[in-house]
Design a protein around this ligand. Structure first.
Ligand code: G3I
Length: 304
């Protein structure tokens, strides 16, 4: 293939990007998006603060713009994210206990129903584990009871039975890290007890503090062996030039080596679109030119 999406499709995978609704009027941005990618993740527009700014009052305007753009251009959509401790609307941040649990359930039901049939996979729960210690992250959602994650998955399944349901997190790339093991054990438990989970998303924001690990392929394989798909959901890699390009290529080769690694999403198009305040972590430079990292990804997708 000659584009990321077409080359990934030849290997039975997708290649996606995070998209921001307010950039859909940027011709350079949209040109690259439509040419290269066949999956999109709304970067912020499906989050709780965006979709339910006042309790019970839903606003899907910006998220719908992205979904419409995707559908009109033959791209699928990853929904992000139904239940998360961050980017909650102020009213939810002020709830606790039963009221918060009910608000979470209602939010999941409403959002997953609004998009029923239009979402390839939902990040049902995002970032629920602590960075160290091997336990859950403390949050208002966690304080509603340890079962909040499985309740979120069962609620999403009831609302949109066709969507794949994912658990998504960062710093779960290195197989030896406590956080990776904690998520692995949760997924294993969910599969054993019939909690509806279909996929695990590894965000894969790589930087000096959490670099690409040499055991990344092992991590992907071990999650897949639990009977779930694995997806690389928010890939970006700090650095530049050939070093960065080599790491991007390694990530792609690792995914292709695992049959249940079904796709890769980068967290933005141009370096200037990145959530990172500085740095050059993506595949296109600020002018939209292909970087060495782009070529490494394309070559890895086309190898073999
Ligand atoms: O839209 C408002 C704007 O109206 C306001 O004037 C401006 C002033 O601060 O803020 C704008 O909102 C910002 C929003 O991005 C849209 O640009 C928020 O402040 C800012 O916090 C938000 O950052 C997002 C971040 O999640 C929030 O946690 C990033 O764009 C987004 O890339 C990032 O994505 C997360 C994933 O969802 C989960 N995994 C980690 C990843 C990177 O942090």
């Amino acid at each position: 293939g000659t584009t990321l999406g077409a080359s990934a499709a030849e290997k039975g995978r997708y290649f996606g990007t995070a998209v921001a609704a307010n950039k859909l009027s940027d011709a350079t941005y949209v040109g690259i998006l439509n040419r290269e990618f066949n999956m999109v993740t709304p970067e912020n527009e499906m989050k709780w603060d965006a979709t339910e700014p006042s309790q019970g009052q839903f606003n899907y305007t910006n998220a719908d713009r992205i979904v419409s753009h995707a559908q009109a251009n033959g791209m699928r959509v990853r929904g992000h994210a139904l239940a998360w401790h961050s980017q909650q609307p102020g009213w939810a941040q002020n709830l606790s206990g039963t009221a918060l649990r009910q608000a979470m359930v209602n939010h999941i039901t409403q959002a997953a129903t609004h998009y029923q049939g239009k979402i390839y996979a939902w990040d049902v729960v995002n970032e629920a584990f602590a960075d160290s210690g091997g336990g859950r992250r403390d949050s208002n959602l966690q304080r509603t009871g340890n079962d909040w994650i499985e309740v979120a998955f069962r609620t999403a399944r009831a609302a949109d039975p066709a969507a794949k349901l994912c658990y998504n997190d960062y710093n779960t790339d290195n197989w030896t890290w406590e956080k990776t093991q904690a998520v692995y054990n949760m997924v294993k438990d969910f599969k054993a007890r019939g909690v509806p989970i279909d996929c695990v998303g590894l965000q894969s924001h790589f930087n000096s503090g959490s670099p690409y690990p040499s055991n990344y392929r092992t991590t992907l394989q071990n999650f897949a062996a639990l009977g779930v798909d694995v997806q690389i959901t928010e890939l970006d890699i700090e650095g530049s030039g050939s070093t960065q390009a080599t790491t991007y290529g390694n990530v792609v080769r690792d995914c292709l080596a695992v049959s249940r690694c079904t796709g890769i999403t980068v967290w933005g198009i141009r370096d200037t679109d990145s959530w990172r305040a500085s740095g050059t972590p993506l595949l296109f430079d600020g002018s939209g030119n292909k970087k060495p990292a782009y070529t490494a990804v394309l070559d890895a997708l086309n190898a073999g």
